[in-house]
Design a protein around this ligand. Structure first.
Ligand code: PEP
Ligand code: MG
Length: 638
């Protein structure tokens, strides 16, 4: 049967990208051949490329022609589609998409999904330049008094801050207070004022001089104090100049945080519940601030192509973290649309909540463990609430990055044990320290590297620094006495690294036994995140108890596309055939050696990737906790 119908296109902005794909999907559901005519040209309605090339726009008149048994139904459904303004588009999405390409909008990397609208909180700490004013000797006493008052105020503020913080943070604050009170420092400031320099400049100069002395020391822990000295001097100088430091502590409820770059540490200290969304000029989907934003369910767009001035001057910002779209100062219609989307988003999330406890079993009965990625004990409770069946990746580097010096073995043992007992009897996979040039930590001096992602990081660094590595290995072994703990090694490239780590673990066991410290057994696994590890998976599988594929790094290394560089973000696709082949290779090797394979990179949370990973043989998916209910649901649909 052949049927034709003339229709006027009502789809907003025509049959472009998304609507074209949806239209083609609908056409393919029918056995009839379907053609669409526009003017004197036509296209096969089952080819999205051809359809897009036809350039059908809103308000165009087209003719649909169907040939085949189900032609009638095909024509009815396809005509209804093109006559629906929002067909193939998420409700109200066009408002953001259109604005993102207009003057008020911008596009960036979709770093953490969700929509948000709110007042801007601009976080651009400014460089502090000393005024270098000359102070009359007659005024120097009052200038000194002014300086002492500022110092005392800074100390009081630090004491107040310390009182509200954890024991570890209090130690940091106390170290800063000691510097601020130190006669060496205050004496030098007063001397400089006595020589005719203004208090702010004298404080900054004295801070620089003292910091330089710390920097000249051999001990890396003491060298790290230089940063503290400069911090104290900056704080006092700001007070003397009547300025206050930009601080994330003051983010008001519901704000959109805009910044050039936000470090994971700054974000960890911020009142996250107040942050409705994040817009960053730098960063990409797998930078650590993006990972933390996803962990907290905060929408984020990073690597934005916006002029910093425009970003700073905006009053209100709307973002779509899933689409990577940003609108600066949305108009009334856009504002209304965004508020509606935020409400709809909230409802959708609430609906997914029902899936937190559903059994993640495919229709064929295959059981898939859905686990949480966490970075600190503070994330345990939200992970449990989201329905995590254990921890598939505990990124321990965040514990190190938050500090002025590496945490001791005892401190680490306490933290790991706390997490292990919270999840017992379920497993907690603790990844050993994965730092390097891109994730610096105090107490480990990493010389400048041109390519830090190809440099001294992960297990390479740890094997070279047993003074850092062994306390961590011991802490992990000790935590195994409190729950089900597994140890995972990052950035492995060959068997030798595994053997060396195992030898160190043996040494640690013997030392713990000699000290009569209780410890437990741990399974030892590795991250597969380098092409070398994927290619050698068969050999590595014989040496370890499990694999966990880190698709974030594996993708950047396989695709040779920096995970932090927004310009190559489109190459950073874990579903690229090259990456899928690498995953397949790893799964086959694991199957042959009868060890389990997990995925703990961001791909594990992607609903489009989950069926692919399960088909390849992955049996554990570890992700940011807010994504867990959706992943459980997705598994049941396979
Ligand atoms: C990964 O590379 O996929 C991974 C999980 O590790 P990270 O993101 O911490 O580098
Ligand atoms: Mg990694």
């Amino acid at each position: 049967m052949r049927l034709e119908r003339a229709v006027r296109v009502r789809v907003r902005e025509g049959l472009h990208a998304r609507p074209a794909t949806e239209f083609v999907k609908l056409a393919k559901a029918f056995s009839a051949n379907v053609e669409i005519f526009r003017g004197d040209r036509s296209a096969n309605a089952k080819s999205s490329v051809k359809l897009m090339l036809l350039g059908v726009k809103e308000d165009d008149d087209v003719v649909l022609r169907a040939d085949g048994d189900d032609a009638e139904e095909a024509i009815a459904k396809l005509a209804a589609f093109v006559e629906t303004p929002g067909a193939g588009l998420d409700a109200l999405k066009p408002a953001v998409a259109a604005a993102a390409s207009s003057s008020g909008g911008a596009q960036g990397v979709a770093a953490s999904e969700g929509v948000a609208i709110g007042p801007v909180f601009a976080y651009f700490p400014e460089p502090l330049i000393a005024p270098r004013a000359t102070i009359d000797t007659a005024m120097s006493e009052s200038e000194k008094a002014r300086c002492r008052a500022a110092l005392n105020a800074a100390i009081a503020a630090l004491e107040q801050d310390a009182a509200e913080r954890s024991a570890e943070d209090r130690q940091i604050a106390n170290a800063l207070i000691e510097i601020a009170c130190d006669a060496e420092f205050t004496g030098d400031i007063e001397q400089r004022i006595g020589h005719g320099l203004d208090a702010a400049s004298a404080t900054l100069d004295a801070g620089d001089a003292l910091a330089a002395r710390f920097e000249a020391l051999d001990d890396p822990y003491l060298r790290a104090r230089a940063e503290d000295v400069r911090g104290v001097a900056r704080n006092v100088a700001l007070a003397l100049l009547g300025r206050s430091e930009a601080s994330l502590a003051a983010v008001p409820q519901g704000s959109i945080l805009v910044a050039d770059e936000i470090s994971a540490w700054e974000f960890a200290k911020a009142p996250v519940a107040n942050i409705a969304g994040i817009v960053g000029l730098k960063g990409a989907a797998t930078s650590h601030v993006a990972i933390m934003a996803r962990a907290h369910g905060v929408p984020a767009v990073l690597g934005c192509n916006i002029e910093p001035r425009r970003l700073r001057e905006a009053h209100v910002i709307a973002i779509d973290g899933g689409a990577g779209a940003v609108i600066l100062d949305p108009d009334e219609t856009q504002t209304k649309a965004m508020h509606a989307r935020v409400a709809a988003d909230r409802t959708a999330r609430a609906a997914l909540d029902a899936w937190r406890t559903v059994e993640p079993r495919t229709r064929e009965g295959k059981w898939i463990e859905v686990l949480a990625n966490i970075g600190s004990p503070a994330e345990v409770a939200p992970a449990l609430r989201s329905g995590a069946m254990g921890v598939g990746l505990f990124r321990t580097e965040l514990l190190f990055m938050e500090r002025k010096a590496p945490p001791s073995e005892d401190e680490q043992a306490e933290i790991y044990a706390k997490v292990a007992s919270a999840f017992a009897p379920h497993a907690v996979v603790i990844r050993t320290l994965d730092v390097g040039g891109d994730k610096p930590v105090a107490g480990i001096e990493i010389p400048h590297e041109d390519n830090p992602f190809l440099g001294w990081r992960g297990v390479r660094l740890c094997l070279d620094r047993p003074d850092i590595f062994k306390p961590q290995l011991k802490a992990i072994l000790r935590a195994a006495a409190s729950g089900h703990v597994k140890l995972m090694i990052p950035m492995v490239v060959d068997v030798e690294e595994v053997r060396k780590t195992r030898a160190l673990i043996e040494e640690c066991r013997a030392e713990l036994a000699a000290q009569s410290k209780p410890f437990g057994e741990v399974a030892v696994g590795i991250m597969i995140e380098t092409p070398a590890a994927a290619l050698l998976a068969d050999e590595l599988a014989k040496e370890v108890d499990f694999f966990s594929i880190g698709t974030n790094d594996l993708t950047q290394y396989v695709m040779a596309a920096d995970r932090l560089n927004p310009r190559v973000a489109s190459l950073n696709r874990a579903d690229h055939p090259a990456v899928l082949r690498a995953i397949d290779l790893v799964c086959r090797a694991a199957r042959a050696a009868d060890i389990p394979v997990a995925v703990c990179g961001e791909a594990a949370a992607d609903p489009a990737m989950i069926p692919k990973l399960v088909a390849l043989g992955v049996t554990e998916l570890s992700m940011n906790p807010p994504a867990i209910p959706r992943a459980r649901k997705r598994v049941t649909e396979i």
